[in-house]
Design a protein around this ligand. Structure first.
Ligand code: TPP
Length: 701
């Protein structure tokens, strides 16, 4: 029953009182194990003739100290809920991680190591979540992994605060991150480091491969501040280990870090990039290319390692590493027994824990979702979203999120749910501060941890600040929700710096991202239903600042079923079944399309209005459905207060777009809309123009 946790699935296995016993190896055996890791990494990179040998060679000892002496993990069941998390933020050094995963007994055969960076292998060029058992996060874009770790540590304390009870600690693990200079140079390290310090995340422990080298050479070129003082100022507990190969010293620092419960820990370990390589150690040449056949030989000789065979793993080392399986199984069994006792005393809480870890929604989670009527309008979609969040927050206690200091504008708080602050980690309203990049990466870490539905908001234009973590969320199919308000030039006076133009097309183009720009309060409700119901991939809700009329469901009954399909007929041509033109609009422009349709009807031009809150969802529908909504041969006119880029390729050549291909300006929203052509008059004029042009073409043909 030890393998009873599939992605956190709890089964009530037989209780076991096994305790975690680590057999400390002799220094000679330690060294053998460390060199095993080093040379596996060296051989992987050499065989691929691509990759980064330097960091693995320098950091093998500290990684070994962690994995051998501290890390709570079970290679046979990589996803049991209370394992320690380990993130290699310096993802370029992944040969080290793959070596660790193989030798400790994860389902990663040696043949996979021999296929490093090759098509279809489980050992890609940077760690990819979901591809390799034991990889907790996709890393490579420097700094993101560290902030993911902050998110995971936040998830740990939040779930502990929610589920642990006196005598029952069912959530109790550490989050470890290995970072490099590049991770700490990136601004996100300060954003997330500051949050972690402020939140007193004592179970976050960061090992820093302080090797003084980046790609262009010595860190003297770029990175000369006192990193220790910087993190100390963030409120971290900081330690230095002078000898990176001193396993005992690293293990001791890790022990001290674990004992420091009030502050996150940074342990700077002075390592040497390319350790052991006679010509490349301590140089940038060890960073990002294979050592070369001759240098591999010299390095192996220097460290008294057999030159051949490559991928050599001494039996003694393997046997020691594989102790992780017994250790991990025992640790997991011990947790299972604790969980069982917890479930006996708190059966409801135990099944609730199981539910949130499995990402299952509570029954009737959407029962109280509001329906708005025209009497509620005008209402900004951000306001409608706020009402939905309040309701959902009360039904789904796993919802946890906030904004980058814009809560009153983004309407992202859950009333009565308290603030997530070090004094009270049961609070579910998060205050990320003005740190969008870290916010995005923390949301990813929370989602990767499991047990929470994480969401975050800011002004739409500032989503650019969090694009790197959004891209990773999409790549990792993480169910993170973004709430982006002030969605167009219609937001008004703040001017072009705050008025999004190219953001819609930008987000829509991220593979796996679902963007929804609802037209009113009722579409917003339906959009939230999509967001919460989606288990894979992030969802961005793009919402207005300005009030919009409410589309009454009595007049527009197609809204609830239409929104999940991405695009649907909101109002059809009043005269004939087949319209002369289709007006496709999103968000606030849907109302303009509806007005224009009436005007066009008076002008004997029957038009259909298609509301298209999500091009991503619409594109995923069947050809038949899309043909039904946008029949072949009917000209299309798109109305969207954003860049027109993308529409042509999306709906084909028979399309004209009223969009924006310049920046906005500082003026009231209504004035802006008029100046940029978002008026009934212009829509009607363009509709006629499209048809005239087509007629002209037809007569020329
Ligand atoms: C955001 C980001 N920018 C640039 C890179 C490309 N890159 C990979 S490693 C690296 C820096 C290497 O220095 P360091 O972080 O100290 O790693 P080490 O040399 O110790 O392996 C850079 C710039 C990246 N992976 N991510």
């Amino acid at each position: 029953m030890l393998n009873s946790f599939q992605h956190g699935k709890v089964q009530h296995a037989m209780a076991s009182s096994a305790t975690l016993v680590t057999t400390i190896a002799s220094p000679a055996l330690d060294n053998l194990c460390i060199n095993t890791l080093r040379f596996l990494a060296v051989d992987m990179v050499q065989k691929a003739n691509s990759g980064h040998p330097g960091l693995p060679m320098g950091s093998a000892a500290m990684a070994y100290a962690l994995w051998d002496r501290s890390l709570k993990f079970n290679p046979r069941d990589p996803y049991w809920p209370d394992r320690d998390r380990f993130i290699l933020s310096a993802g370029h050094g992944c040969a080290l991680l793959y070596a660790l995963l193989h030798v400790t007994g994860f389902d990663l055969p040696l043949d996979e190591l021999k296929m490093f960076r090759q098509w279809g292998s489980r050992t890609p060029g940077h760690p990819e979540y979901g591809k390799t058992p034991g990889v907790e996060a996709t890393t490579g874009p420097l700094g993101q992994g560290l902030a993911n770790g902050v998110g995971m540590a936040i998830a740990e304390v939040a779930l502990a605060a929610r589920f642990n009870r006196p005598r029952h600690k069912i959530v109790d693990h550490f989050t470890y991150v290995l970072v490099s200079d590049g991770d700490l140079e990136e601004g996100i390290s300060s954003e997330s480091g500051s949050i972690a310090g402020h939140q007193h995340l004592g179970k976050l422990i960061v090992l820093y491969a302080d090797n003084h080298i980046t790609i262009e050479g010595s860190t003297d070129l770029t990175f000369t501040e006192d990193r220790m003082a910087r993190f100390a100022a963030f409120g971290w507990h900081v330690q230095s280990v002078e000898q990176g190969n001193d396993v005992a010293a690293v293990a001791l620092a890790l022990k001290k870090a674990r004992e420091e419960t009030d502050r996150p820990s940074l342990i700077a370990v002075r390592t040497h990039i390319g350790f052991g390589s006679p010509h490349k150690q301590d140089t940038a040449a060890a960073h990002g290319e294979a050592l070369g056949v001759e240098e591999v030989r010299l390095t192996k000789e220097a460290l008294e390692w057999p030159v051949s065979p490559s991928f050599y793993i001494p039996d003694e080392a393997l046997e020691h590493f594989r102790g992780a399986v017994t250790r991990g199984s025992a640790a997991q069994a011990e947790w299972v027994s604790r969980f069982k006792a917890f479930a006996q005393e708190y059966p409801d809480l135990a099944s609730e824990f199981q539910r949130v870890i499995d990402r299952r929604l509570a029954a009737d989670w959407d029962a109280g979702l509001p329906t708005f009527t025209s009497a509620d309008g005008p209402m900004a979609t951000r306001v409608a979203s706020g009402k939905v969040i309040e309701m959902l927050g009360s039904r789904l206690p796993e919802m946890m999120g906030g904004s980058a200091d814009l809560g009153p504008s983004t309407h992202t708080s859950i009333d009565g749910a308290g603030s997530f602050e070090p004094e009270d980690w049961t609070g579910r309203n998060m205050h990320f501060g003005i740190r969008e990049n870290a916010m995005g990466a923390i949301l990813n870490g929370m989602a990767l941890h499991r047990g929470l539905i994480s969401y975050g908001g800011t002004f739409f234009v500032f989503c650019d600040y969090m694009r790197p973590p959004m891209r990773l969320a999409a790549m990792n199919a993480l169910p993170v929700i973004y709430i982006f308000t002030h969605d167009s030039i219609g937001m008004g006076e703040d001017g072009p710096t705050h008025q999004p133009v190219e953001q819609l097309v930008g987000l829509r183009s991220i593979p796996g991202m679902t963007v929804l720009r609802p037209a009113d309060a009722n579409e917003t409700v339906a959009a939230w239903r999509v967001a919460i119901g989606r288990k894979r991939g992030p969802v961005a809700l793009v919402l207005t600042r300005q009030g919009l009329p409410v589309l009454d469901l009595k007049s527009y009954p197609s809204i609830p079923a239409g929104v999940p399909l991405g695009g649907y007929v909101l109002a059809d041509s009043p005269v004939t079944k087949r319209p002369d033109i289709i007006l496709i609009a999103t968000g606030s422009e849907v109302h303009l399309a509806l007005e224009a349709r009436e005007r066009l009807a008076e002008e004997n031009l029957p038009a259909r209005v298609v509301s298209m809150p999500s091009t991503n969802l619409f594109a995923a529908q069947s050809d038949d459905y899309r043909e039904k909504i946008l029949p072949t041969g009917v000209p299309l006119l798109v109305i969207e207060a954003g860049s027109p880029v993308g529409w042509q390729s999306f709906v084909g050549p028979r399309v004209a777009v009223i969009g924006i291909d310049t920046f906005g300006a500082s003026a009231p929203g209504k004035v802006m809309m008029q100046h940029y052509g978002f008026t009934v008059e212009n829509v009607c004029k363009q509709a006629h123009h499209v048809l005239d042009q087509l007629k002209e073409k037809a007569s020329c043909a």
